[in-house]
Design a protein around this ligand. Structure first.
Ligand code: 2HG
Ligand code: ZN
Length: 402
């Protein structure tokens, strides 16, 4: 049984195999928003409810569910929880796990476990819901969730900056933390090649000078003064030679246009051709060395391949995607994939920051994770789903079938 949400995942976690023995379990008729508590700041919604719909419903109370993903018109609550989705609001509000207060789950044996408690403090027993968040439908089917809401921030500012190096990007991140403090809500990176794809396939150009790297810096708060803080950040960065060029949005329309430069990378990359995706996280200080080594490895593995680098630098998560060169074969993609992942592990990182293992990363995780970690996960699986009824072959390799 393969549970499926909005079908927007990038790791094949909701895709059945072609054996003819797998059933897709669509939850798209469970769309009820069962409750919104604008004072207690919670929403209780069923698995098939669409993220955009839930955000719109929360907005009528002046509240927001702070999860932003480009395909939010298709993404479902069940899919968000099952994959512990990240997105563009993680810097401030964490991943879906950090927003999940309660779950209703159906176990592989049919037991319905009702843990839909809208409580911030609940230390009664094991916190079992954590097992299902990010389990990619392999341990149980999430049918409803209680998620945290936040007050909708009244003030918001977005800046786009051009910088010459990743080192300078990290310097700027430290400065933005100092200048903007808790209001810093986004720190995203787009490399030159990714920006060029957005121009070519989406027709959008950054309104600043061409740079090796672009940074989108966002601040949100109930209190005013953000624009002034962003302008001061920019000015100091120019004066100290850290930023090459930059602009602070003057209206929410302009901010939306700046964010489109970031949000449309994935579709522009797809329009360019097939790519190998690497969704990696690293300690921030490891990024300069990792990127330099990855570019070297890329050049020797396949001279025609091009990297498309972008992502959530403030969260320590970038998408190091590679467009294959003409004449590259599947074996080139495989070698590249391994080489990049080896580098990630050497620098203390993870080969899946926010996209999960699904089916595409299972073998790589098995190759690189410690035997003890894999065995522990296998024990959890066999305890809850000994017959591999749920989403076989995802996260953990599927045992041989008769
Ligand atoms: C994003 O950050 C998504 O835009 C998609 O996680 C990343 O296309 C990708 O590799
Ligand atoms: Zn991402």
């Amino acid at each position: 049984v393969v549970p499926q949400g909005g079908n927007t995942g990038l790791s094949g976690g909701a895709v059945p195999d072609a054996s003819g023995r797998e059933l897709v379990l669509a939850l798209d008729r469970m769309t009820t928003i069962r409750d919104i508590d604008p004072v207690g700041l919670t929403v209780t919604a069923e698995a098939g409810a669409i993220l955009q719909t839930v955000r719109d419903a929360a907005a009528t109370h002046g509240r927001d569910l702070p999860i932003s993903l480009a395909p939010q018109g298709s993404v479902t609550i069940g899919g968000l929880v099952a994959t512990n989705a990240g997105g563009l609001d993680v810097l401030r509000h964490g991943m879906t796990r950090d927003l999940t207060l309660g779950l209703e789950v159906v176990l592989p044996d049919g037991t319905v476990v009702d843990g839909l408690r809208a409580l911030r403090k609940d230390n009664a027993g094991y916190d079992w819901k954590q097992l299902f968040i990010g389990s990619e439908g392999t341990l149980g089917v999430v049918t409803a969730a209680v998620l945290r809401l936040v007050p909708r921030p009244r003030h918001e500012t977005t800046a786009l900056l051009g910088v010459a190096s990743v080192e300078d990007s990290l310097r700027l991140f430290a400065r933005a933390q100092d200048a903007i403090g808790d209001a810093l809500s986004g720190f995203e990176l787009v490399g030159r090649s990714a920006m060029e794809l957005v121009a070519r396939h989406s027709g959008l150009e950054p309104p600043i000078r061409a740079s090796a790297w672009y940074l989108l810096v966002q601040a949100r708060s109930a209190l005013p003064g953000l624009r002034e803080a962003a302008l001061a950040l920019l000015e100091n960065a120019f004066n100290d030679g850290i930023a090459i060029d930059g602009v602070v949005a003057e209206s929410s329309d302009q901010a939306t246009r700046l964010w489109a430069l970031r949000e449309r990378v994935t579709e522009s990359e797809a329009a360019e051709g097939p790519s190998v995706k690497h969704d990696v996280s690293l300690p921030l200080r490891a990024f300069p060395a990792f990127l330099a080594e990855a570019e070297e490895a890329l050049a020797s593995a396949s001279p025609g391949a091009r990297s498309v680098v972008f992502g959530h630098l403030g969260d320590g998560n970038i998408h190091y995607n590679v467009l294959l060169g003409r004449g590259d074969e599947p074996r080139h993609a495989e070698i590249l994939n391994r080489t990049i992942h080896d580098l990630v592990v050497r620098h203390g990182g993870s080969i899946s920051a926010e996209h999960g293992l699904g089916q595409y990363r299972v073998a790589e995780w098995r190759r690189l994770a410690s035997a003890a970690e894999v065995a522990l996960c296998a024990r959890i699986k066999s305890c809850l789903d000994p017959e591999f009824r749920l989403n076989p072959g995802k996260v953990l390799p599927q045992p041989e079938r008769d």
